[in-house]
Design a binder for this molecule. Structure first.
Ligand SMILES: Nc1nc2c(ncn2[C@@H]2O[C@H](COP(=O)(O)OP(=O)(O)OP(=O)(O)O)[C@@H](O)[C@H]2O)c(=O)[nH]1
Ligand SMILES: [Mg+2]
Length: 219
């Protein structure tokens, strides 16, 4: 059983299309975690046919992913895919990542926007925010990545049982990398498409992420 976990915060505009895109690509177990949205994310995701879990208050992407992981593990998932709700990711990238995992017995596949040229990112994000996040991630975890802050991931059952996300906010990205290293999990980065210009966090969000990282401590 492969479960796709979609953390969603005020994504009423995109969530329906994202859920349908996953079904059309053959993923029938789609779990949307509504992270205390103030808009119609919950109802729209239900209408699209997803299983929807809900946080009564907004807790952060990390918390939403852990809620989804816990649910998937309880349901007997063998593999969990983390997939953003804002329509930036391409569901067709999941198939290749699963094949890579199966053929090489990886525990974790991490998506990267820097391994091919499909992702057209805003300049500030590409040249400032993400390179700084890359360096901070390397300092905090000792792991060198091309993309230290990508919401696309594939986790095996072994990884799910070892990685407990305690960072509710955006620092969860580095916490996951830190635990991949701590538990010596077999991991690789894989090119994913991340479409911008209509979606995503602005400069403010990116700076908030770096701030979040600087003050995060992993156990
Ligand atoms: N920003 C934010 N996103 C959340 C939160 N909880 C869940 N999410 C979801 O987490 C995913 C990633 O959030 P984004 O704001 O797109 O962050 P990002 O992808 O790192 O930033 P961009 O690359 O600019 O899109 C989306 O599916 C959000 O809906 C939250 O508290 N804050
Ligand atoms: Mg995004």
């Amino acid at each position: 059983m492969i479960v796709v976990v979609v953390p969603a915060y005020n994504e009423e505009k995109n969530i329906g299309r994202v859920v349908r895109g996953l079904f059309e690509n053959g993923y029938k177990d789609v779990v949307v975690v509504d992270d205390g949205s103030a808009d119609k994310t919950y109802g729209t995701a239900l209408e699209a046919g997803a299983k929807v879990l809900r946080h009564a208050v907004n807790r952060g992407q990390g918390a939403a992913l852990q809620t989804g992981n816990d649910f998937a593990v309880q349901k007997g998932a063998r593999i969990v895919v983390h997939f953003d709700a804002d329509g930036q990711f391409n569901p067709a990238d999941i198939g290749d990542a699963l094949k890579l995992m199966r053929e090489n017995e990886y525990d974790v596949i991490l998506g990267s926007r820097f391994l091919d040229n499909r992702s057209k990112m805003p300049w500030f994000k590409k040249k400032i925010i993400l390179p700084v996040a890359r360096v901070i991630n390397h300092v905090l975890t000792g792991v060198k990545l091309t993309d230290a802050h990508n919401g696309f991931r594939v986790l095996s059952r072994n990884a799910l049982e070892k990685i407990d996300i305690t960072q509710d906010g955006m620092a969860h990205n580095s916490e996951i990398v830190y635990k991949i290293k701590k538990y010596n999990l077999k991991c690789i980065e894989h090119p994913v498409e991340d479409q911008y210009f209509k979606f995503g966090q602005g400069v403010g969000g990116g700076l908030k992420t770096i701030f979040n990282l600087l003050f995060s401590v992993f156990h």
